[in-house]
Design a protein around this ligand. Structure first.
Ligand SMILES: [Zn+2]
Length: 228
């Protein structure tokens, strides 16, 4: 059960700490919708970046991020965004434990969970993440269901309801809004904020927030409030 005996929660998860998070946060804050932002503290810098479909994508510099992300959750996304399952155990441990420590220092708050870089992982990376004190971890496979993890084993390979570009996004949102559940359920949305620029579809997140926000029966949560 969520706070105030609510049985429905909505939470968002956005990766990589890019410049477009600023616009996403403006929208989320306007609607009172909460998210967890998964950051790579080893490369949290405006140097470098990449281009997709003519859109320049850059990570933000670290200064000012605690103020920018205030009211939301920060989580691990590894130090440098590698494919963790291809690395030796000590390097996986370094990627996760140092990112966690860096983020806890920068944001002056405990960090509880993570999103797998590229959505890839294996049993070994799950074991090491647990040893690093991480208690939930998100993949990238859409389930199109609203399940809350029931056991610790499900928390370390949790899969989202859908990505914001899922053609079923608004059908699922309307289904969730009218749902009258008898057990806790969550609408878990994920993506990268730069994709709204690349696909020129910021209207999707605006419409999603308008549809789901301001409802008495829904708890607007960061990830750890739903997954732990
Ligand atoms: Zn990523």
């Amino acid at each position: 059960m969520f706070p105030k005996n609510k049985l429905k929660a909505i939470t968002l998860s956005y990766d990589d700490g890019v410049e477009q998070d600023r616009k996403l946060l403006e929208i989320l804050n306007r609607y009172g919708v909460k998210a967890t932002f998964n950051l790579n503290s080893g490369i949290q810098s405006g140097a470098g970046g990449w281009n997709r479909n003519g859109v320049d994508i850059r990570r933000m510099n670290a200064a000012g991020l605690p103020e920018l992300y205030a009211g939301h959750e920060i989580a691990v996304h590894s130090l440098t965004h590698p494919h963790l399952e291809n690395l030796d155990a000590e390097t996986v441990r370094n990627e996760l434990s140092v990112d966690k420590a860096n983020l806890e220092r920068l944001f002056n708050a405990p960090v509880y969970g993570m999103a797998w870089p590229f959505g890839t992982y294996n049993g070994e990376t799950i074991r090491i993440a647990g040893e690093c004190g991480l208690r939930y971890a998100r993949g990238t496979v859409s389930t199109r269901v609203f399940n809350v993890p029931a056991a610790d084993s499900e928390r370390m390979n949790f899969q989202p309801t859908c990505h914001h570009d899922d053609p079923k996004l608004f059908d699922l949102a309307e289904e969730f809004v009218s749902l009258k559940p008898d057990k806790p359920c969550v609408f878990y949305l994920w993506g990268h904020s730069y994709e709204f620029d690349v696909n020129n579809n910021w209207d999707r997140i605006e419409k999603f927030c308008r549809l789901v926000s301001g409802r008495d029966g829904i708890f607007y949560a960061v990830n750890r409030e739903v997954l732990l």
